[in-house]
Design a protein around this ligand. Structure first.
Ligand SMILES: [Zn+2]
Length: 470
């Protein structure tokens, strides 16, 4: 599976919404690797956005400096969030990205033409709108732009795109998003402007081949990363031969990925992605994430305060497949304490303690399976919450089993049977949890490893709200 996240603008440091998408992708990557499937997990940053230029001007620092600093913060999420991406592309740095963008530009040359253009531009969205204000809620007034641009004949691909999606060759999940894309396509596609004046872009970005007064539209540039990130043999391996090419993204950028990108690829004669999964947004304390969200929206500050398990677990277990989710530190603490400290931590601790008390630490033969754990099925549907909940059902079932069988009241044979089943359940949990909470899963695995168990140690601390938002 070739699995990508979107590459965010680097006009600011990463926030919890970026962490959500990265953690979701990480779960898929780890899950498929665990099943023995080859996986390439690709992420990176969109360095060439005009938004980056404006943010640097506002901060009074050179663009290069701001872009390098923020891009490093994105790449730096790898450690704190325990991410397993295989490749991180920065579009202003990766050798080959510019050449790749130029190659796609030239391959689509038969669909490119020049035209005078006037329209209202939202820098926040990096796109034109017929009228203001920005439908996505950006407050800066739209700019009236009048310039000479390159256009791409998107209109030519209306029927092909519609067939692609209706026929299932491009799967879009959830289905409401698929229907939204189809409605947009079938209402009629206009050609799109795919360049900007180099002057307006302050010279930042990739010049249009053969027309240095224009730079390539940043979305064209950014979308190309899914291909340009694959250098040498990797291109054939992951873009031409791979059966599953999956793009993860937030709901705000679906049109770029499900309409513009496949049309560009069709025009260039390139293979297409096969799946698109669209997540909704996070709010923090009931508000859209912004600079004023402070530390509560900073994934690294949250990991410092609560640990990576609690942060990943909240993102996976609380965020629904459809609909926005609201983050608060209280919710993170409540979820971690209930599930990790009380649920899983207690279970493993009780089981290991009983094995020591009654069986001198010796593990009896594995007993029955307590519950099915349908993680595969839930992750096939990109339903991370259902998958995490499925793992949780086994914790709950095992805790109920302890109460029901009461091994401390059993004769030796009964203790062996019950604890055999319970150790087996803990080992299954360690395996099933691995994609979700890799470090916690390793601790659980170590606690129940071997023929004679190590002494019980607490696996999770109980958390208290740290108020990192302050
Ligand atoms: Zn906007």
């Amino acid at each position: 599976m070739y699995l990508t996240t979107t590459i965010p603008y680097v006009n600011a440091r990463p926030h919890l919404g970026h962490a959500l998408e990265l953690v979701q992708a990480d779960v898929l990557a780890r899950h498929h690797r665990r099943r023995g499937e080859p996986v390439r997990f690709q992420t990176g940053t969109d360095d060439n956005s005009l938004k980056n230029v404006l943010a640097a001007e506002a901060a009074g620092v050179p663009v290069r400096e701001l872009v390098d600093r923020n891009a490093a913060a994105f790449e730096g999420l790898r450690g704190p969030l325990d991410l397993s991406f295989d490749s991180f592309i920065r579009t202003s740095v990766r050798p080959g990205h510019r050449a790749g963008v130029e190659r796609i530009w030239e391959a689509t040359g038969h669909d490119l033409y020049q035209r005078h253009y006037e329209g209202l531009y939202c820098v926040g969205c990096e796109q034109f709108y017929p009228e203001g204000p920005c439908p996505d809620g950006h407050e800066a007034p739209l700019q009236r732009i009048s310039e000479h641009n390159w256009f791409f004949r998107l209109s030519r691909y209306q029927d092909a795109l519609s067939e692609l999606i209706r026929g299932g060759r491009l799967r879009i999940e959830p289905v409401a998003r698929r229907n939204e894309v189809l409605a947009f396509i079938e209402a009629g596609l206009d050609d799109i402007s795919v360049s900007r004046s180099a002057a307006r872009a302050r010279g930042w970005g990739i010049p249009v081949p053969g027309d240095p007064d224009q730079v390539v539209y940043v979305w064209w540039d950014a979308l190309a990363n899914y291909v340009t990130a694959l250098e040498g043999d990797d291109y054939d391996r992951w873009w031409v031969s791979e059966r599953r090419k999956v793009h993860l993204m937030g709901k705000g950028v679906i049109r770029f990925h499900a309409v513009y990108w496949p049309a560009m690829l069709l025009s260039a004669g390139e293979p297409l992605p096969t799946e698109i999964f669209v997540h909704d947004y996070l709010t923090v304390g009931g508000r859209k994430i912004s600079k004023s969200s402070g530390g509560a929206a900073d994934p690294v500050a949250l990991v410092d305060a609560y640990g990576v398990d609690a942060v990943r677990w909240w993102l996976l277990r609380e965020v629904p497949r459809v609909g926005d989710a609201d983050f608060t530190e209280e919710r993170l603490v409540a979820r971690a304490d209930e599930d990790l400290a009380n649920g899983l931590g207690n279970l493993v601790n009780r089981v290991v303690t009983m094995v020591h008390r009654f069986l001198d630490g010796h593990v009896p033969p594995a007993g029955e399976d307590l519950a099915a754990v349908p993680v595969d099925e839930a992750l096939e549907a990109f339903d991370f919450r259902r998958a995490a909940t499925a793992v949780w059902a086994l914790v709950e079932e095992a805790n109920r089993y302890v109460e029901r069988t009461q091994p401390w009241r059993q004769p030796r044979a009964g203790q062996e049977a019950a604890l055999g089943t319970l150790v087996h359940a803990c080992r299954t949990l360690a395996v099933q949890l691995k994609p979700f909470l890799p470090t916690a899963a390793a601790r659980v695995a170590a606690a129940v490893a071997g023929e004679r168990l190590p002494r019980p140690e607490p696996l999770f601390r109980r958390l208290a709200t740290a108020g990192v938002a302050g």
